[in-house]
Design a protein around this ligand. Structure first.
Ligand code: ADP
Length: 505
C-alpha cells in the first residue's frame, strides 16, 4: 500500500482530510477519482495511486452502478447538490464492502460544477449484524408458527373445550371442541369476549347464568376454580352438561396475563347420576312404608309382658336390624345424598340453635361403646368443658355418628379410636382418629362420592352403602365448616370436622 497522504496541499483542511478516519474522496465531473484519503484506500484495499483515475463505476457492484450513475447525473444536471445512498463497493479482491455514501457537488464562484466530494462510512458490519438479526427473528417466527401448528393439532385432537383469555378477557385462542360448545351456547354468534350471556345455565339446568357468573368472567377476574357445573344449549336434544375449570396464566415476572379454561362434557355422567337418583329415591320410598309397618308391629309385640324371654330376645334382634334398615333407607332418601355428589346444587336446610356440642359428642360416643366393646376396639373421648356452638343438632349428630361409627367399623379387634373435641380460634374442631385399616391415597378423593366404598371396606363383612361420608361432608359444608381426612393404609385414619362456633355465616 502506498503513502496514504494523497489528499494534500497547502490548505489545512486537506491535511485534516488526509488524516481523517472517515473515508473521503474527490471525484471529477467525468466520474473518476481525483484524490482519496488513506481511510478510503484502506476500505477498498487499493493504493491511492491505483485509485486515482479509476471510474467510480469500477469500484461499484454491478447491481448498484445504475442507481449511483443516476444520482451523479441528476447532480450534474443541477437537480440536486447533495445525495446520500447505501452502495456496495468492491475491494481489490472483488469482495463487497457496504458503504454509506454522502456526496456533495462543489461549484465554483460562477456556479459551474467543479468536482464531487464523497464521504464513505463502512457499514458492512452493521449490514451483517442486521441481516443476522433479521434471520434470527425470521427463524423465531418460523419456529413459533411451527410450534403453534403443533399445539393447535394437539389441542384440536382432544374432546375437552379449551379457551385462552388475554388479560382483558378477550378470547385469544380456542380449540375445535370449544368452537362446537360455543355454537350450542351462543347460537346467535359469540363475540370473542368473556361474560357474554347466552344459552348458559347453572347446574340445575334452569337458572340462566348472569354475565358475572359465567366461567370465563370468573376466570377473567382472576378466580381459579374447578368443576363449575353448567348446562349449555336451548334445545333439549342438543343440551350439554359441562364441568368448567380455570387457571390464571402468568408472565415470566409472575404477573397475571390472562387465564386458561377447560370445559369437560359431563352430560352422560349427569344423566346417569340423575337416573340413579330417581331410581334410588323411588325404591327407597317404596321400602320405607312396609318398614314402618314392620317396626310398629315389632314395638307392639315387644310391649307385651307375657312374651317368653327367648321370643322377645329374637324379636329385639329383628327390631335392631329393622332399625338399621330404616337408617339406610333414610340415608338413601336424604337430600344431602344428592348434594354429596354435586356440591353446586345448593345448601341443605338447617335448623340451627345454640347447642352443647360437648354433650352431643359424649352422647354419641356413649351409644357407640357397646358396639366398640363387642368389636374389641377401645373407644375413648376427650373434651374440654362445654363447647356451645350454633348448629343443627340433628344434622351434626348424624356427622359425629358417621365418623365414630366408621372409625369403629374399619378398625380391627385390638385397635383404638380416639375422639377429641377442641376449641380453636372460634372454631370447634372434632377429630376422630383410629388405628384401623386406613385408606389408600388414590381413594381419599372419592370418599365423599355417593356409593363409593374402598376395596378393603367392601371386602369386610361390615355393612354400608357408601353414603354416610358424603352426607357428613354436605352437612359440615352447609354449616360453613370443612371435613378433612388424613390416612395411611394399614395404620389408621383421622377425620377432622371443623365448625364455626357462631354457626353458618
Ligand atoms: P360406608 O361406611 O357406609 O361404606 P361411608 O360414606 O361412611 O360409607 O364411607 C365411605 C367409605 O370410606 C367406606 O366404605 C370406607 O371405604 C371408607 N372409610 C370411611 N371411614 C373410614 C375409616 N375410618 N377407616 C377406613 N376407611 C374408611
Amino acid at each position: 500500500m502506498e503513502e496514504p497522504n494523497d489528499i494534500a496541499g497547502d490548505d489545512p483542511w486537506w491535511a485534516i482530510a488526509a488524516l481523517s478516519p472517515v473515508s473521503l474522496c474527490i471525484v471529477g465531473l467525468d466520474g473518476s477519482v481525483v484524490m482519496s484519503n488513506a481511510a478510503f484506500a484502506a476500505m477498498v484495499g487499493r493504493g491511492a495511486d491505483e485509485l486515482r483515475g479509476m471510474h467510480f463505476r469500477d469500484l461499484t457492484h454491478a447491481d448498484d452502478v445504475g442507481r449511483g450513475q443516476e444520482l451523479f447525473d441528476e447532480a450534474l444536471r443541477g437537480e440536486r447538490t447533495t445525495y446520500r445512498t447505501t452502495t456496495r463497493l468492491l475491494d481489490a479482491d472483488g469482495h463487497v464492502v457496504w458503504g454509506d455514501i454522502s456526496v456533495a457537488l462543489v461549484r465554483g464562484a460562477g456556479g459551474d460544477p467543479q468536482y464531487f466530494i464523497g464521504q464513505v462510512l463502512d457499514v458492512t458490519r452493521d449490514r451483517a449484524d442486521r441481516a443476522k438479526l433479521t434471520e434470527t427473528v425470521r427463524e423465531g417466527v418460523r419456529e413459533g408458527a411451527r410450534e403453534r401448528t403443533r399445539s393447535d393439532v394437539m389441542l384440536d385432537s382432544v374432546d375437552v373445550g379449551m379457551v385462552l383469555l388475554d388479560s382483558d378477557g378477550r378470547y385469544e385462542r380456542i380449540n375445535r371442541q370449544q368452537q362446537v360448545i360455543l355454537e350450542i351456547a351462543y347460537p346467535e354468534d359469540h363475540l370473542g369476549r368473556a361474560g357474554q350471556c347466552g344459552e348458559v345455565y347453572a347446574a340445575d339446568g334452569v337458572t340462566a347464568l348472569t354475565s358475572e357468573q359465567q366461567p370465563c368472567s370468573r376466570a377473567a377476574r382472576g378466580e381459579e376454580f374447578e368443576d363449575q357445573r353448567i348446562w349449555v344449549g336451548a334445545t333439549p336434544g342438543d343440551r350439554r352438561a359441562l364441568a368448567a375449570s380455570a387457571r390464571s396464566v402468568r408472565d415470566d415476572r409472575g404477573r397475571r396475563d390472562g387465564a386458561a379454561l377447560s370445559f369437560t362434557d359431563v352430560t352422560d355422567l349427569f344423566e346417569s347420576l340423575r337416573a340413579r337418583e330417581v331410581f334410588v329415591a323411588s325404591v327407597s320410598h317404596e321400602l320405607r312404608t312396609p318398614l314402618t309397618v314392620v317396626l310398629g308391629h315389632l314395638e307392639l309385640l315387644l310391649d307385651q309382658d307375657e312374651l317368653p324371654e327367648e321370643v322377645s330376645r329374637e324379636l329385639r334382634v329383628v327390631a335392631r336390624s329393622a332399625v338399621r334398615l330404616r337408617a339406610l333407607v333414610a340415608d338413601l332418601l336424604d337430600p344431602a345424598t344428592t348434594m354429596a355428589g354435586d356440591r353446586t346444587r345448593g345448601e341443605i336446610a338447617l335448623d340451627c340453635v345454640s347447642t352443647d356440642l360437648t354433650g352431643l359428642v359424649v352422647e354419641v360416643v356413649e351409644s357407640a361403646l357397646p358396639g366398640a366393646l363387642a368389636a374389641h376396639v377401645v373407644l375413648a373421648a376427650r373434651t374440654h368443658g362445654t363447647t356451645r356452638v350454633v348448629l343443627d343438632p340433628h344434622r351434626v349428630r348424624q356427622v359425629v355418628e358417621n365418623l365414630v361409627g366408621n372409625a369403629v367399623k374399619y378398625t380391627d379387634s385390638g385397635g383404638r379410636v380416639d375422639v377429641v373435641l377442641d376449641l380453636r380460634d372460634h372454631e370447634a374442631v372434632l377429630s376422630v382418629a383410629d388405628t384401623g385399616i386406613g385408606i389408600e391415597a388414590g381413594d381419599v378423593a372419592q370418599l365423599f362420592t355417593p356409593f363409593f366404598r374402598a376395596d378393603p371396606a367392601r371386602r369386610r363383612i361390615s355393612p354400608g352403602l357408601g353414603l354416610g361420608l358424603g352426607i357428613a361432608r354436605s352437612i359440615v359444608l352447609a354449616h360453613g365448616g370443612r371435613l378433612e381426612v388424613h390416612s395411611e393404609p394399614g395404620r389408621g385414619s383421622t377425620f377432622v370436622a371443623t365448625l364455626p362456633v357462631g354457626g353458618p355465616a
